[in-house]
Write a protein that binds this ligand. Structure first.
Ligand code: NAD
Length: 248
């Protein structure tokens, strides 16, 4: 029970890594809120939580819209009283070759993956500063690491690289009471990668030294560590969970 009596808000919790993190946090004793654009995802995860004996607070909201983010934080605090962890997990990737990439692709990707992290962190940190404690975990990607960019998603790679940089600045500015760290997942077995052609998935597996995709649980365990008191003296850091992919 590494998160006993804590509270956590997880963005993009309607499926994938976010949903898996929500279940792991609940199993470790945390009270959990999830926010997602998709109501059906929230309903499914909420129903599964009930089956497992947990009760999640669910919020429909877009992390890239300031008014919606502030409303979600207000409702979260009203319901749960405090916010111990924020997991900035919501993210999107739009694949299009460089010569066809549009300004709209760029703006949408940066708004969700980068501005969304800023907005949720700012809204949560206002409460965390008053509490004099809190943990923020930003989800980047192996594709945000300097030598690991990928064709077709240069806007995604740039947004995820920026998240690593933003994390370091936030860690300085929100110290000493709030810890801010990044988890960068490698290729993970979720809807985001399930839709890719089989050959691309095979190359992803071949590219990792541990010869498999990450399961969402692999990523959730790293997020759990950085949210727990075991990570009280860690801030501004990047934890790669990629089966060694980035070693190449
Ligand atoms: P996913 O697409 O399965 O789930 C993402 C969830 O975020 C969805 O439920 C979606 O509705 C929600 N979402 C999207 N935009 C939103 C918005 N504006 N506001 C609120 N919710 C929104 O993705 P996943 O594979 O679980 O990935 C989760 C995070 O991990 C993302 O940030 C992603 O970039 C990152 N990541 C994933 C992989 C991978 O291989 N799957 C690898 C590296 C990093």
């Amino acid at each position: 029970m590494r998160l006993k009596d804590k509270t956590a808000l997880i963005t993009g919790g309607g499926r994938g890594i976010g949903a898996t993190t929500a279940f792991l946090f609940a199993a470790e004793g945390s009270r959990v809120g999830i926010v997602d654009l998709r109501d059906e995802g929230l309903k499914e995860v909420g129903a599964e939580a009930k089956k497992r004996g947990f009760e999640f607070k669910t919020f429909v909201g877009d992390v890239s819209k300031k008014d919606q983010v502030e409303r979600v934080l207000e409702e979260f605090i009203q319901a749960l009283g405090r916010i111990d962890s924020l997991v900035n997990n919501a993210g999107i990737a739009i694949s299009r070759p460089f010569l066809e990439k549009t300004v709209e692709d760029w703006v949408k990707t940066l708004e969700v993956n980068l501005v969304g992290v800023f907005l949720c962190s700012q809204a949560a940190a206002r409460y965390m500063v008053k509490q004099k404690s809190g943990k923020i975990i930003n989800i980047s990607s192996i594709r945000g690491i300097d030598h690991c960019g990928r064709e077709g998603i240069m806007d995604y790679c740039a947004s995820k690289g920026a998240v690593i940089n933003l994390t370091k600045t936030m860690a300085k500015e929100l110290a000493p009471y709030i810890n801010v760290n990044t988890v960068a997942p490698g290729h993970t077995n979720t809807e985001m990668t399930k839709s890719l052609p089989e050959e691309v998935r095979r190359n992803m597996i071949e590219g990792s030294y541990l010869k498999r995709l990450a399961e969402p649980e692999d990523i959730a365990k790293a997020i759990l560590f950085l949210s727990s008191n075991d990570a009280d003296f860690i801030t501004g850091q990047l934890l790669l969970v990629d089966g060694g992919f980035s070693l190449k």
